[in-house]
Design a protein around this ligand. Structure first.
Ligand code: NAG
Ligand code: NAG
Ligand code: NAG
Ligand code: NAG
Ligand code: NAG
Ligand code: NAG
Ligand code: NAG
Ligand code: NAG
Length: 725
């Protein structure tokens, strides 16, 4: 019996996450008697296990911004604990993943834009990521005064980790007490932090590629780093701990380039929960949409988060291959190596095999390449997935690999070019045509991409999969996320291939992770002009001023780019905003049919749905975009209600203009909004009619309110995608 229950424990001890919050009433009572959260967490566990030593079960206590803890429990124990008085909810721990700067100039955000460095330097951007490299030039505090007075954080980066007046806070939730350090040994956290708020660093480049001034969007702002991710993953318990501290430390804004694989309901998503608490305290959370590229793969789904897609900038990396027959092919890679104008023998993976099965050899899987056969040769492989590392490990001089990617280049660990299928086939026929095939791989070059911005092929598409939340559009906005040069950790390989021994201070990365801090910086920039704006007002300003993107180049339309490409200059002056009022987020959760238990998990309070909230529709959540799910195959009429707040010119009149394809008939009432004062609110209704849409399809239009100075634009999306449940 004993041994079987022990096995059971080990098996399920996959660490259940516990976020318990004390109801206000209970906490109030306890507070009078000097309420100490951690000891309360211990006593709950003691009551559960009926024993006094429970240290081994408690992983972490949250007590600064919300009340709860993480503990190792079985399903049974979790269930039992959930029924204890004062326990609001219990939910499982989950694993999340980490998902130049020409980019700012490309956005029209030049080094000479209007800014107030004094105000900017009082803004603190919190970065939940893999830590930070404090000695990077991007985080030097030259010219910075002491941290803003409101700052309550501290520097707990571990041994040999020093903060300064630029990097004003650091904490880590990864590793044990000995190894715990906020130092970034992944590179990702330094990259995102420097994109958001790194200093101007002249002549930054990756081996001469993309040379220019590396800079963050708000270079005078301060940075606080919260290390919630290790090399391998990020956990719910660490992420929540980061939110708990960041909110209490006094950050103004949080950038979170982290996501789960697949979206989950808000009450099981620690980023949605942490961001909810942040929003309640006036802190906007910006999150990457995800890197899955396919329809309905967006994982940043809570409407109180700003969800960011990745798009291209006008600089594009190509890498040429010259075959022995003179033919030049253009591949994708960020290749810093030169073969010095020499042609090198080519060998197909299948011919260099250690005796692996045919297909494994052709795609150059690990262990399938014979070191003596690939020495001083370029290896040709049918598939990119393991080929770059495998050819590097085997000691080849270079590699030519086939890729299904159309447009994205990655840093390679050896002279290598990734060829699209038709070009790859030219290599294959050349290989067959001659006994001694040779080729040269050139160093990468950058070219002008006049198509940009186009949503990156890897950027996750909406709509999300959360039933009823399908009436809120994600992603919200798009920003540069392809081939971004920014600070890196100098102890890790820039290609993330372990055997690549190069070490760099600046690296070129792609991902929605790179787009997210661009938008966080723009949000911070807006906050420097409007320190009193709520998170939803700032979010609205970014969304309604985004530059519309071209549907012909982005066939997934709004579900790929949201409202469009972020526009920092326009965002500071949006005209009016879609602001949320108190409890709007709770009302939204009520309107999508969540139980009170589910809602309490998110809010951490004894909140309940207002009696009349069942009358509120999710699509009437006061969001700057208008989205509705309708049944496929029938004609439809959908109504939306919105309330806007004047932040532009006191006396102003806005007229409505609709741009629509023939599928949607859109009417706005009233058609004119007249304001007499700032902060005045006005409401309007929109009715959208249309004929039957096919399953899994969408139609879109846009509504623009204009007073001839400001254009406040909202996309309207009607679709027939289904949720997961
Ligand atoms: C929650 O709040 C309501 C109304 O304020 C109160 O009646 C109720 O007792 C509270 N519940 C708990 C568990 O504290
Ligand atoms: C920056 O803003 C502060 C506070 O609003 C103000 O006192 C100062 O004059 C501004 N500086 C510039 C250069 O505009
Ligand atoms: C502290 O960290 C820096 C940067 O990695 C390193 O150069 C230095 O040797 C470290 N010092 C100690 C005492 O570990
Ligand atoms: C090309 O020349 C550079 C500079 O002399 C050298 O570092 C590099 O190893 C050479 N590459 C090859 C493949 O020989
Ligand atoms: C991707 O590359 C292909 C082939 O070069 C080109 O036709 C297409 O327009 C590009 N798409 C994007 C999104 O840049
Ligand atoms: C619900 O009731 C509150 C308070 O009575 C009121 O302010 C609000 O407008 C009502 N909402 C709806 C959707 O009827
Ligand atoms: C919008 O529609 C609702 C419901 O039909 C109605 O109560 C409200 O008065 C309308 N508002 C405006 C501004 O027309
Ligand atoms: C709005 O429309 C009215 C009536 O068509 C027109 O008189 C007015 O000039 C318009 N205002 C703007 C700002 O376009």
């Amino acid at each position: 019996m004993t041994s079987s229950s022990f096995l059971l424990f080990l098996h399920i001890s996959a660490i259940l996450m516990l976020c318990i919050s004390i109801s206000p009433a209970a906490a109030e009572g306890d507070r009078k008697a000097n309420y100490i959260p951690t000891s309360h967490h211990f006593s709950l566990l003691q009551a559960l296990f009926k024993q006094s030593s429970v240290e081994d079960y408690l992983i972490r206590s949250y007590r600064r911004s919300f009340n709860g803890f993480a503990a190792k429990l079985t399903d049974e124990e979790a269930k039992k604990l959930a029924s204890f008085k004062g326990v609001v909810s219990v939910f499982p721990n989950k694993v999340y993943h980490l998902q130049t700067t020409r980019s700012w100039d490309f956005m029209g955000f030049t080094q000479t834009v209007k800014r107030n460095a004094t105000v900017e330097s009082s803004v603190v951007i919190g970065v939940l990521d893999s830590g930070i490299w404090p000695e990077s030039d991007s985080f030097s505090d030259e010219g910075f005064g002491p941290p803003p007075q409101k700052w309550k954080g501290s520097c707990k980066g571990g041994q040999n980790f020093t903060c300064n007046n630029k990097l004003i806070g650091a904490r880590s939730y990864v590793g044990d007490s000995v190894t715990e350090s906020a130092r970034d040994i992944v590179g990702h956290g330094s990259h995102t932090a420097s994109t958001a708020a790194g200093n101007h660093v002249g002549k930054a480049s990756f081996y001469g590629l993309a040379e220019g001034t590396a800079r963050g969007g708000v270079p005078s702002a301060r940075i606080a780093a919260y290390k919630v991710c290790s090399e391998h993953s990020c956990t719910s318990e660490a992420i929540l701990a980061g939110f708990d501290d960041a909110i209490a430390d006094g950050v103004d804004l949080l950038t979170v380039s982290i996501g789960s694989v697949g979206s989950s309901e808000f009450y099981e998503d620690s980023i949605a929960i942490g961001a909810f608490h942040a929003a309640e305290k006036g802190i906007l959370v910006v999150q990457s949409a995800g890197n899955s590229g396919t329809s309905q793969s967006v994982t940043s789904v809570a409407p109180w988060i700003l969800s960011v897609a990745a798009s291209t900038i006008d600089r594009y990396f190509i890498d040429k291959v010259v075959l022995g027959n003179g033919k030049t092919l253009t591949g994708l890679s960020v290749n810093s190596f030169s073969l010095n104008r020499t042609k090198v023998p080519l060998i197909y993976g299948e011919q260099a095999s250690t005796g692996c099965p045919e297909r494994a050899s052709r795609i150059c899987l690990f262990g399938c390449l014979d070191k003596s056969l690939v020495k001083n040769k370029i290896v040709v492989c049918d598939d990119i997935s393991q080929a770059l590392s495998a050819t590097h490990v085997a000691g080849a001089l270079g590699s030519i690999v086939q890729t299904s990617r159309q447009n994205t280049s990655f840093v390679v660990p050896l002279p290598a070019s990734a060829l699209r299928t038709d070009d790859y086939e030219s290599v294959m026929s050349y290989l067959k045509s001659t006994k001694q095939p040779v080729a040269e791989i050139l160093k990468s070059e950058t070219i002008q991409d006049s198509w940009a911005p186009v949503v990156a092929e890897f950027s996750s598409r909406g709509p999300n999969r959360i039933l009823f939340s399908l009436n809120v559009m994600q992603p919200d906005i798009s920003a540069p996320g392809v081939n971004i040069l920014a600070a890196f950790s100098p102890v890790v390989s820039p290609s993330s291939v372990e055997t690549d021994e190069r070490r760099v201070k600046y690296n070129i990365l792609s991902g929605t992770s790179m787009a997210c801090p661009h938008v966080a910086a723009v949000a911070a920039y807006v906050k420097t002009f409007h320190p009193d704006w709520s998170p939803s007002a700032i979010k609205s300003a970014l969304i309604t001023t985004a530059t519309p993107m071209d549907t012909s180049r982005n066939p997934d339309g709004e579900f790929s780019y949201g409202s469009g490409h972020v526009n920092p200059i326009k965002a500071i002056n949006p005209g009016f905003v879609y602001d949320n009022v108190e409890n709007d987020n709770i009302r939204f959760l009520c309107s999508i049919g969540y139980s009170e238990d589910n809602i309490r998990t998110i809010s951490g309070t004894n909140s309940s749905c207002p009696k009349n909230s069942s009358k509120t529709l999710p699509r009437d959540f006061n969001y700057p975009t208008l989205t509705a799910l309708v049944e496929a195959g029938g004609s439809f009429t959908v109504n939306f209600q919105r309330t806007v707040t004047n932040v532009g010119v006191a006396t102003s009149t806005y007229n409505a203009t609709i741009a629509s394809d023939s599928k949607l008939d859109v009417k706005v009432t009233p058609q004119v909004l007249s304001f007499k004062t700032l902060w005045e609110k006005k409401s309007y209704n929109v009715t959208v009619k249309g004929r039957a849409l096919a399953e899994m399809s969408m139609a879109s239009a846009s509504l623009t309110w204009s007073d001839n100075i400001h254009n406040v634009r909202s996309p309207i999306v009607i679709h027939t995608y289904k949720g997961a449940s």
